[in-house]
Design a protein around this ligand. Structure first.
Ligand code: GDP
Length: 458
């Protein structure tokens, strides 16, 4: 039973228009009543209905501190399932800190990072994977990342995992029961049956593991590669894109597999341009590096921008590369449209089936169309893997990998004809591993570690 009432500044610690101070716990309403003076005479928050807003002042020691709106949310219909008070005050850091301080003096305790969400979890309001999605909402870089985090919050991932665990525990129970009572519960051909089930799970988990990479798209941007022959105008286009719409260009550390060179923001979509240093080192000569290097680069990309100099004819290297990228998410940029056109746009469309956009980096034309098209690909879910379940974070990845490993061990035990009790040990490991994702089987330390990653006030 949680007794303490916690309070924190929920909005950022910067001077903004409005600041929110949040309080949660059994005494939240009582503490608020000690410092809130309503504009309505002798009104008390304890008499307020849930989910109502009240206008008044925070007054402490006879001093008027700030004019505020107070929102009352009563248990269990609140984020934490406890009584929650939100005080909307003027957003100056000084005022917010002052009010927080007054709440603490009036009986609340300062919340630890992530403690509100931790309470939501402990009170059964959300599960662990939903809690992690909250971290992503807080850290989301753009609106698309936000919509995806919201999706995980709705519990689609949890549903799938819970379903698997339910089936697993049934199978474990069946085997255990059969081992106890072999006369009445047959295990004939059970290995074959289990093999089918386990194979299916291996597929599901492998698929989920793949989405760990896809998930990165949302938190870290779309992995984008700009390729093309030397002098096609790649750098010129990159420069325009980087300066586009007051874009943010930063150097960010990449993943272990590649280094992200630049991050560009196109109308809310973050594009991470994958380092093409390998190509630049050899004078940008796609011909010299060969088609293999191009293959390798595009394989990892979620979006390929292929730049062609429209004032020169296509050669065999172009054809070869166009053939490689034709099945990938590619946009062809026919650059130098200000010059006399030599290349055949129709032919390129025919080979690749990709969208071909005429641009001129020199005159800065056509790039609006590119930007609009990328936004369109996103909104239609062509780049953002809308249908995939999104898995965030290393913790979930590790849990999935462990579950996969255990499933493979079960498969091996069946194939090598091991006795049935061997199956249950590994099935149980998978069961526990998957439970770590939904938080149904986690140790306290882990819960603390995860919630301490939240920022204050969430
Ligand atoms: P990269 O080697 O593919 O990175 O190509 P660059 O961006 O360095 O451009 C190669 C040359 O083409 C430079 O001299 C640019 O000024 C020129 N260039 C790039 N884009 C255009 C364009 O749209 N029109 C014209 N006329 N020249 C361009």
């Amino acid at each position: 039973m949680i007794k303490e009432t916690i309070a924190a500044i929920a909005t950022g610690m910067s001077n903004s228009g409005i600041g929110i101070i949040r309080m949660s716990g059994p005494e939240a309403i009582e503490i608020a009543d000690r410092v809130f003076v309503s504009k309505k005479k002798s009104f008390k928050l304890e008499n307020a209905a849930s989910h109502t807003v009240h206008y008044g002042n925070i007054v402490y020691g006879g001093e008027m501190i700030d004019e505020v709106l107070v929102i009352v949310m009563k248990a269990p219909n609140s984020y934490t399932r406890e009584d929650v008070i939100e005080i909307d005050c003027h957003g100056g850091v000084f005022v917010m800190k002052r009010i927080l301080n007054i709440l603490i003096k009036s009986g609340a305790r300062a919340a630890e990072p992530g403690e509100f969400t931790k309470r939501a979890f402990l009170n059964g309001r959300i599960d662990l994977s939903q809690a992690e999605a909250v971290i992503d909402i807080i850290n989301s870089k753009n609106q698309y990342a936000l919509s995806n985090s919201v999706k995980q919050l709705s519990g689609k991932l949890s549903e799938q995992i819970k379903q698997m665990r339910k089936e697993l525990i049934n199978n474990i129970a069946y085997i255990e029961a059969a081992l106890d009572d072999p006369e009445h519960i047959p295990l004939d051909n059970y290995g074959d049956k289990l093999l089918t089930i386990v194979d299916n799970y291996i597929n599901i988990v492998e698929k989920l593991l793949k989405t760990v990479d896809n998930g990165k798209i949302f938190t870290q941007g779309v992995k984008t590669v700009i390729i093309g022959k030397p002098n096609a105008g790649k750098s010129s286009i990159l420069n325009i894109l980087a300066g586009y719409d007051r874009a943010i260009v930063t150097d960010i550390a990449g993943t272990t597999r590649d280094t992200i060179e630049e991050q560009i923001n196109l109308e809310g979509i973050t594009l991470n341009l994958v380092d093409t240093a390998g190509i630049r080192n050899t004078d940008d000569k796609v011909e010299e590096i060969g088609v293999n290097r191009a293959k390798e680069l595009v394989k990892e990309a979620d979006l390929i921008l292929y730049v062609v100099d429209s004032s020169t004819a296509l050669d065999e290297n172009d054809y070869e590369i166009l053939n490689i990228i034709k099945d990938l998410k590619t946009i062809i940029l026919l650059n130098k449209s200000d010059l006399e056109t030599v290349t055949d746009a129709d032919k390129i469309s025919e080979i690749t089936g990709s969208r071909v956009i005429s641009v001129s980096a020199k005159d800065n034309t056509g790039l609006d169309e590119l930007s609009d098209y990328i936004v369109k690909l996103f909104s239609e879910g062509i780049i953002n893997y809308n249908d995939e379940i999104y898995i965030s974070g290393e913790r979930n990845k590790e849990a999935l990998e462990n579950a996969l490993e255990s499933f493979k061990l079960v498969k091996n035990s069946i194939k090598t004809g091991m006795p049935e009790d061997f199956y249950t040990v590994d099935l149980m490991n998978s069961y526990e591993g998957l439970g770590k994702i939904t938080g149904e089987a986690v140790e306290d330390d882990l819960v603390n570690e995860i919630f301490s990653k939240f920022c204050m006030g969430k």
